[in-house]
Design a protein around this ligand. Structure first.
Ligand SMILES: [Zn+2]
Length: 193
């Protein structure tokens, strides 16, 4: 009896372990909600000499459409955008004195997560446009992280539809929020580390 009960609880524990990542994933998507055209988000985490960045931007901002690329011209536009976004230190310029180099850059375009029961269900009607977005993750190493006092972005000149980036900066000191815009394509990082 004890053995059977132990086995059952082990199985139950395993089931919980297996299902947790799925729940976390769903929670994350719910939290993100539908994106707003013109607005992207940039998360920056700085610790020691490592910088991690994550950019999520509407397809409309990056390439001017969100449907699946079908023509050669559209496909070329997506590929060009991905190449531009992969060149992270060109899109997000860090001070040269910080001597930063890109370790990894991963760019993909994905359909925005569907939210059952919400009004944008209409998006799934045949022929209706669906949201999609670009998602880029980067890891960067800087020889002189103390010189990372700011950042200047070419995002708004590279991508005609982008109007705003909501920026979250996380360092061992804490979290700060800021915005970069077409008018102010810079981020002040003095004092955040
Ligand atoms: Zn959209």
């Amino acid at each position: 009896m004890i053995t059977a009960s132990t086995a059952r609880s082990t199985i139950a524990s395993l089931a919980i372990l297996v299902s947790l990542p799925v729940l976390a994933d769903q929670a994350e998507h719910r939290q993100l909600g539908p994106h707003v055209h013109g607005q992207g988000t940039l998360d920056i985490a700085i610790e020691g000499n490592k910088i991690e960045m994550e950019l999520v931007a509407p397809g409309m901002d990056i390439v001017g459409f969100e449907h699946v690329a079908t023509t050669d011209e559209q496909k070329a536009k997506v590929e060009k955008a991905k190449a531009q976004l992969a060149d992270v230190l060109n899109v997000f310029k860090l001070p040269s004195a910080a001597k930063c180099k890109t370790d990894t850059a991963n760019v993909e375009s994905r359909k925005e997560t569907h939210h059952p029961g919400e009004k944008d269900d209409d998006d799934d009607k045949p022929g209706e446009p669906q949201h999609s977005e670009f998602h880029a993750t980067y890891t960067i190493t800087c020889e002189a992280p103390e010189s990372v006092t700011g950042l200047e972005t070419a995002y708004f000149t590279d991508f005609a539809g982008g109007q705003l980036l909501n920026v979250n900066v996380t360092t061992p000191k804490g979290q700060t929020q800021a915005q970069m815009t077409r008018e102010k394509p810079t981020l002040d990082l003095t004092g955040v580390m």
